[in-house]
Ligand binder design. Structure first.
Ligand code: PBG
Length: 327
């Protein structure tokens, strides 16, 4: 034994104190961003069956929800609208009296310090469920940009702090930046869903937001999960066009992409821990097959270790509580 030459890594793992000292990644409620589904109507608080603990809520329930988020130290929410009227051109998305615009004004009135991010897409608002307008059976890029820009301006007018376009049309960052600037909103940042894969992990979200495409799929605009170089191309294009943040989505199966993008760009990166990822954890923990708290915190640690600066997650409220308990 005495001439065996090896390194003792366990020295730095021997006590909780030393492990705390050498820990490279830490979690805080301030890392989190909480998604909310806002619906028209009153007295509505519908739990999404595939997303236990997540609700579609009407404006009258928004205040208590936001109070909870703020009290937990979560600095931002992202709003998804579930309108009661849909049409071919998604008119409710850019209606100044639309559900997201109303929810934004409401939150900013009562909780001006909470950062309100708004999702910018047409799929919840179109009767065909695609993220742009349709011509000859195809999602038509450039006319969609005009509607998305109108939507962004209407959202900024309602008081949105950050616009988060998730539609994956080419040129959406350039178009929205120009539209915001021309309307006097040069100060409103764009958080681009620049790297968004055509993923099976979005299933439960489409139940929550009623945004399933009525024909075809999203593969002509969202990315092929097999591609890595294309993610870099998308990310760099968005930066050139003026994106202030980049979202990478989904998170768990794409940690390699988060790391690679992190190494190449200098904007904050958001990992979107999507609905299917949430549903899997909920289902397994309900069955007693995993320890929910430990699993969720481990997942978040891996996202931050991969390079994410912000984690967008349906677990945000419970996770913020767990993180505070850990301290
Ligand atoms: C809208 C949008 C989707 C998600 C966020 N914004 C659905 C989709 O692209 O089909 C998915 C989020 C999730 O699964 O949690 N374009």
């Amino acid at each position: 034994m005495h001439d065996l030459d090896f390194r003792r890594h366990r020295r730095l793992r021997q006590s909780a104190g030393i492990r705390t000292m050498v820990r490279e990644t830490r979690l805080s409620p301030s890392d989190l961003m909480y998604p909310l589904f806002v619906v028209e109507g009153e007295g509505i608080k519908n739990e999404i069956s595939s997303m236990p603990g997540v609700f579609q809520i009407s404006l009258d329930y928004l205040k208590e929800e936001i109070e909870e988020v703020v009290s937990l130290g979560i600095p931002s929410v992202i709003l998804f609208g579930v309108p009661s009227h849909k049409d071919a051109v998604g008119s409710e998305a850019y209606n100044d009296e639309g559900i997201v615009q109303k929810a934004t004004r409401f939150i900013k009135e009562y909780f001006p310090e909470l950062v309100v991010v708004v999702d910018n897409c047409l799929c919840q608002y179109t009767d065909h469920g695609h993220c742009g307008v349709i011509r000859d059976g195809q999602v038509d890029n450039d006319p969609s940009l005009e509607l998305l820009t109108k939507t962004a301006v209407s959202q900024a007018k309602a008081g949105a702090d950050i616009i988060a376009p998730s539609n994956m049309m080419d040129g959406f960052v350039a178009a929205i930046r120009q539209g915001l600037d021309e309307a006097g909103y040069t100060h409103v940042p764009i958080m681009s869903y620049g790297v968004k894969y055509a993923s099976a992990f979005y299933g439960p979200f489409r139940d929550a937001a009623h945004s399933t495409p009525q024909f075809g799929d999203r593969k002509t605009y969202q990315m092929d999960p097999a591609n890595r170089l294309e993610a870099m191309k998308e990310a760099l294009t968005d930066i050139e066009e003026g994106a202030d943040f980049l979202i990478i989505k989904p998170a768990l199966s794409y940690l390699d992409i988060i790391r690679e993008v992190r190494n190449e760009v200098f904007v904050p990166i958001v990992a979107y821990n999507v609905s299917g990822e949430y549903a899997m954890i909920k289902a397994a923990s309900k069955n007693g097959w995993i320890d929910e708290k430990k699993t969720v915190l481990e997942m978040f640690t891996s996202m931050k270790r991969a390079g994410a600066n912000i984690i967008m997650t349906y677990h945000a409220k419970e996770a913020a509580r767990w993180m505070t308990e850990e301290l």
